[in-house]
Design a protein around this ligand. Sequence first.
Ligand SMILES: CC(C)(COP(=O)(O)OP(=O)(O)OC[C@H]1O[C@@H](n2cnc3c(N)ncnc32)[C@H](O)[C@@H]1OP(=O)(O)O)[C@@H](O)C(=O)NCCC(=O)NCCS
Length: 195
Amino acid sequence: MFQDSRTTESETDGSPDTFRVRQATSPMEVSLLVLEWAAAEGWHPGLYDTESFYHQDPTGFYLAEKDGVPIGGASVVKYGENFAFLDHVIIKPPFRGKGYARRMIKAVIEASGMSGANIGLDSVMHMQDAYNRIIGVKFAWKNTRFRGVGSNNIKGVKEDNHPAALVSVKQVNFEHLCVFDASVFGTPRPSFLKS
Ligand SMILES: CC(C)(COP(=O)(O)OP(=O)(O)OC[C@H]1O[C@@H](n2cnc3c(N)ncnc32)[C@H](O)[C@@H]1OP(=O)(O)O)[C@@H](O)C(=O)NCCC(=O)NCCS
């Protein structure tokens, strides 16, 4: 149990505040957050997201509970001592608009021990200002996501002078892959890539 685990009286009706944030204790609980709830939000999680994030940091997943029942969750996956990524921030629909995300986010950042570290996150547009108010993160850049079907016959790219093609990741030298990935992600993450 973390920062927000104290029992206090609810400000609204005087009833006990039973909101808690705790670490997820099994891969099954992690799957609940990473796959089930994320899919319900239409996020298209990857087939191996649970394993990949869990391998990188098995301590980085949290559930928020109300009256002992999970109502949301978040992850703070650490990549070394100075960088972590806040992700999978979800409060289930009936519990939204009551300040639970704010409390959960503050609690998980403190519990992760990364309060003073560099924390990245991908935010939906409408939560950008709220994240700034809650944990002080600042806008860095916009991501645009494209979707398509992979092919070795990439239109407009001539194979002779630009050998662009898809290859299995298994054919790529792992150390080269790690160096390239670190150049775009910002920090090395070999365990994540290996899984
Ligand atoms: C986003 C989400 C986690 C917010 O949960 P919540 O418990 O309703 O949020 P809170 O009541 O704690 O509000 C936290 C802050 O976010 C703001 N906020 C919440 N929902 C918002 C919305 N739809 N638009 C703009 N601001 C919003 C609140 O105003 C509040 O700001 P403040 O504390 O500075 O006043 C919840 O709506 C959710 O799970 N959505 C689907 C998943 C998602 O989009 N997750 C975020 C991915 S970046």
